[in-house]
Design a protein around this ligand. Structure first.
Ligand code: ZN
Length: 456
């Protein structure tokens, strides 16, 4: 879910569809031209904002903003007449994006805006839907100067893998690797589902552990996802390094360099697509499983730091590979969470983040917490009761339990004799008592099951 708009006609949601474009050589050259011009405008405006803002304020008596920079576009076009050859809206949107980047920076969400670089940030947007037309039946996209009008480049061939049922908002053209894509933003009306907090059942709550043995383990015991790069530092990294070296050795502006750049871009783009595919499939599968999905509230930044050596979470940072997997997956986790949240929201469900802590060290069967219970990345064997399970599955059950407690579907008093549920919501120290326990898929800890507070 991107943006929601509410008015008299109902509640609307913005959805994005990304389609691959198959431009002709002329169209691709035109795309490159637009991307170059928007980049120039963006970078020039960034320089103005970075170094000339004070002079501007003194001279004009007001601050630089999207509006003031937009008003200077005609003057810039006088100085650089080639800017007149590309659609004016795209140039304005570049300034709009810069403004958004600064807003994100000032409000603490992002780092200071960086200049856009060729091939890396080649994108431009058409915000006016009157200038854009989609023909999904024939697979054609019409843009300004890309249509049937005389002197135009003709419509762009593309492949729609999904029907767009809604009103068009904007179209962004992006270069990713060696391919071009169109991100089509459209608005659909959504049925408002009633808040689920009141009527959610325990079996509709699912816990997911983001692990190192398997990327995502659900509390019903299904391992999802795969490691895109199973041996970090080996094969793929070597190939990337070699491609990078080949590129660095080529003379600037040469054909050889262009080909080397294309090879590297293709290599990187492929990995990105694989990771995205993995995330999309895993998140879709989890979203189908339940209404409320419980995840650990992992702070990705501190996690990667811990993988570098400031060991904070000892139970998990068991091997160098674990740390590396974590570092490499960090982006994947963030994306997984975002996509899962969006997919759940679409069907009226929601994501629940619980504080991390001891979920991988606590025995789900008896509640005993011990770092030594985790034998390896995959194996968990309780030192108190001998309960054996896949380590990530055990963690996923604990995460689900934290979610149930948060939702008020489990009774915190059910944790008797030392299995404290701390104020943070995480598990504290537990009793060391040995006890017999058998555990079915999705089963509850004995103390909870016997207290009768949960109907599972
Ligand atoms: Zn145990």
């Amino acid at each position: 879910m991107l943006i929601c708009s509410v008015n008299d006609h109902g509640v609307f949601q913005d959805l994005a569809l990304r389609v691959r474009l198959y431009p002709t050589d002329d169209q691709e050259a035109f795309f490159g031209q637009i991307a170059g011009c928007t980049r120039l405008v963006y970078n020039t405006a960034l320089v103005q904002r970075s170094f000339l803002w004070r002079q501007y304020q003194r001279a004009e008596g007001r601050s630089l903003s999207w509006y003031t920079q937009k008003a200077e576009l005609p003057a810039l076009k006088q100085a650089a007449p080639f800017l007149k050859d590309v659609p004016a809206h795209c140039l304005q949107m570049a300034l709009f994006d810069l403004n958004a980047a600064f807003r994100n920076f000032f409000e603490g969400r992002a780092a200071y805006p960086k200049p856009r670089r060729r091939y890396e940030h080649d994108s431009f947007r058409f915000p006016d839907r009157k200038q854009v037309r989609l023909d999904s039946r024939r697979g054609l996209l019409y843009l300004p100067k890309c249509g049937y009008r005389k002197g135009n480049n003709g419509p762009i061939r593309c492949r729609f893998h999904r029907r767009i049922k809604g009103s068009l908002r904007s179209v962004t053209i992006v270069r990713d690797g060696n391919h071009w894509y169109a991100s089509i933003l459209y608005r659909v009306k959504v049925e408002v589902s009633e808040p689920i907090n009141d009527n959610v059942l325990p079996e509709e709550v699912i816990g997911v552990d983001c692990g190192v043995a398997v990327p995502f383990m659900t509390s019903d015991g299904e391992a999802l996802g795969y490691f895109v790069d199973p041996r970090p530092g080996a094969g793929r990294a070597k190939r990337a390094k070699r491609l990078q070296q080949q590129l660095a050795r080529c003379r600037k502006g040469s054909k050889r360099r262009r080909r080397a750049r294309a090879r590297l871009a293709a290599f990187k783009a492929r990995e990105k697509r694989q990771r995205k595919d993995m995330i999309e499939q895993a998140s879709a599968r989890v979203a189908r499983k339940g209404k409320v999905v419980v995840l650990e509230d992992l702070r990705v930044r501190s996690m990667t730091a811990s993988a570098r050596g400031t060991a904070e979470d000892l139970g998990r940072n068991v091997a160098a590979k674990a740390g590396l997997n974590r570092a490499i997956l960090d982006k994947g986790w963030g994306m997984f969470r975002v996509r899962l949240g969006q997919k759940l929201a679409r069907k009226g469900g929601r994501l629940l983040a619980v504080p991390p802590g001891y979920t991988s060290q606590r025995c789900y069967a008896c509640g005993h917490v011990a770092a030594t219970s985790r034998l390896s990345q995959e194996r968990f064997e309780c030192v108190a009761c001998g309960h054996e399970a896949h380590a990530d599955y055990n963690a996923a059950l604990n995460i689900r339990l934290l979610g149930l407690l948060r939702l008020g579907l489990a009774d915190p008093n059910g944790f008797s004799a030392g299995t404290a549920v701390t104020a943070r919501g995480a598990f504290g120290v537990s009793r060391a008592a040995k006890r017999e326990c058998s555990l079915g898929s999705g089963g509850m800890p004995p103390e909870l099951a016997s207290s009768g507070c949960i109907a599972v």
